[in-house]
Design a protein around this ligand. Structure first.
Ligand code: C2O
Length: 565
């Protein structure tokens, strides 16, 4: 009895020790450090009767998947053995106060020169799901890209039934020629570079192309099981429709944010975006095609070729000819609008949608395509693009360094909150150029202020759907519409309850999108159209978010190995 009493006295103490130990252990497990070696190197890859050297990471195409768990620290040592300077962006990772690890060349860092290396060192905080990484210089992301999988914290389940397995599916574009040469050619002529020769699924175009036998991605499933598909659109210039013959998909996450699940027979995904879906292998065991093809609802030429892969039930002979799925037609505006309409944040107590309700700063940016004089170009003009009539000029040094070290003369912070003139943005086609100026002009934002930004497409040269991506933040897409944004009536229709939260929004063709975010991440954050064609023409700017008053609210000091320009 007395021993019992004695141990009864001691028990709480040893229990305390044990729990502290368990806690420390679990903290250690939760906050693990994941290390990756990325060797950027040229490798001869063969696709579709062509063999050619491409820039890869670790000789792989697509590149390696980065796995991390929410709360982890990730160290990725990038060594550049290619002939081009490189930088890599971890698309969708917030990089709190740590723009040094964000990656866009000349925005947050100088590129990693041939023969050098740089360690991207970042924490994965408050995010879980599928994101991706890609080169962020020139058009190198055509071949330098891969998926990022962030698992939820240990013992935290998905907010949907646990899948039996998962697969990564990355869409891309393939050129038979050296992409950098193609771009140089286009720029010299003042025209868009030749469009891609094929689309790809996990680097492979599939059997609708010649010499494709070895170049078809096959995804094996077992009858009766449920799979999580982590889908990434890494294409440079094409918004894509995707479908699987005979199988519906339930969308559960976009851009690493959980959504209210909905079931669809096809999905739409813009360059930069990610989508997680659940697919049940509940059909007659067989072979089914998965197919991907662009959405383009204006007469702008586009690589309209369909890439396919095969969903293959276990033990089904590969001689069985698969069925093709029905994709929405390439100009199906209706489908595109109604698909995006269905996207809603999950908005539960565990995964709330903290939509800013009051707006401190209201911005309105117009998208403009145009032409400028060019004596050596074929038509005497060169295509260009602008936001609020400003064509962004890339600096020669990193903007974040200039900001951090207060170096003058690299950029100005006078990017206008509104376009210089109001006009009927989406009326009859406007062939004339509006007055456009060039400059490295940024928009300065007060720390922790709430920002509303309306992105308005225009009919300058042509309306078009533009996927806009903001670095450093997720934002809420509180409203979208076709035609001109009406500040008197449209805000009343906003969804401030469960709007989709993401990092890349498709602005509807000839329409607008209103996004809101809280500027709680100090630094310099790139904002651009994720169509490489338009980014290259100047459809971009950046936000300078000032430091906050707190000691953890200022941009961290730069890492010692930050490349110099
Ligand atoms: Cu995915 Cu600035 O890009």
């Amino acid at each position: 009895m007395s021993t019992n009493r004695a141990s009864g006295f001691k028990k709480p103490i040893s229990f305390l020790y044990i729990s502290v130990f368990v806690l420390l252990l679990s903290v250690q497990i939760e906050a693990a450090t994941k290390k990756y070696q990325f060797i950027v190197e040229v490798k001869n890859v063969s696709r579709l009767c062509h063999a050619k050297p491409i820039v890869t990471v670790n000789g792989r195409f697509p590149g390696p998947t980065v796995y991390a768990r929410e709360g982890d620290r990730v160290l990725i040592n990038v060594t550049n053995h290619a002939q081009y300077n490189i930088s890599i962006h971890w698309h969708g990772l917030k990089q709190y106060a740590n723009g040094w690890a964000d990656g866009p060349a000349y925005i947050t860092q100088c590129p990693i020169k041939t023969g050098s290396n740089y360690v991207y060192d970042f924490n994965v905080t408050g995010q879980r799901g599928t994101l991706w990484w890609h080169a962020h210089i020139l058009w190198l992301r055509a071949t330098v890209y891969g998926a990022i999988v962030i698992l939820p914290k240990q013992a935290t389940p998905f907010p949907f039934p646990r899948p039996d397995g998962e697969h990564i599916i990355v869409f891309g574009e393939w050129w038979h020629a050296d992409v950098e040469e193609v771009v140089k050619q286009g720029n010299a002529l003042g025209l868009p570079p030749n469009m891609s020769d094929a689309h790809t699924i996990n680097g492979k175009p599939g059997p609708l192309f010649p010499c494709s036998e070895k170049h078809t991605f096959v995804m094996e499933v077992e009858q009766g099981k449920r799979y999580l598909l982590r889908i990434v659109n890494a294409a440079l210039n094409d918004e894509l429709f995707f479908a699987i013959a005979g199988h519906n998909m339930t969308v559960v996450e976009i851009d690493a944010v959980y959504t209210k699940p909905f079931t669809t027979n096809a999905l739409l995904i813009a360059p930069g975006q990610t989508t997680n879906v659940i697919v049940s292998a509940n059909r007659t065991p067989g072979r089914y095609f998965m197919a991907v093809r662009p959405f383009q609802d204006v007469p702008i030429p586009v690589d309209n070729k369909t890439a396919t892969a095969i969903l293959q039930y276990k033990n089904i002979p590969t001689t069985v000819v698969p069925l093709l799925p029905r994709l929405p037609s390439p100009n199906d505006t209706e489908f595109a609008l109604s698909y995006n309409e269905k996207l809603r944040s999950l908005n539960t107590p565990n995964f709330p949608a903290n939509v800013p309700v009051k707006v401190d700063r209201s911005l309105f940016f117009t998208v403009g395509l145009g032409k400028s004089a060019c004596a050596t170009c074929v038509n005497g003009t060169r295509l260009s693009a602008s936001l609020n009539n400003i064509t962004f000029v890339m600096p020669e040094t990193g903007l974040l360094q200039a900001h951090y070290f207060n170096k003058k003369g690299v950029f100005t912070v006078d990017f206008p909150d509104k376009p210089p003139t109001f006009f009927n943005y989406t009326g009859a086609p406007l062939t004339a150029n509006l007055f456009t100026s060039k400059g490295t002009r940024l928009s300065k934002i007060t720390f922790n202020s709430t920002v509303e930004l309306v992105i308005q497409d225009t009919n300058l040269l042509s309306v078009e759907s533009h996927p806009f991506h903001l670095h450093g933040f997720n934002f809420f897409v509180v409203g979208t519409g076709v035609g001109n944004f009406n500040p008197a009536t449209d805000p009343a229709k906003y969804n401030l309850v469960d709007p989709p939260e993401r990092n890349t929004v498709g602005v509807p063709t000839g329409g607008w999108a209103a996004i809101r975010f809280r500027a709680d991440n100090p630094g310099v954050w790139f904002f651009h159209c994720h169509l490489e064609l338009h980014t290259g023409w100047g459809l971009k700017t950046a936000f300078v978010v000032e430091d906050g008053p707190g000691k953890d609210q200022a941009v961290r000091p730069p890492p010692k190995d930050l490349p110099a320009c």
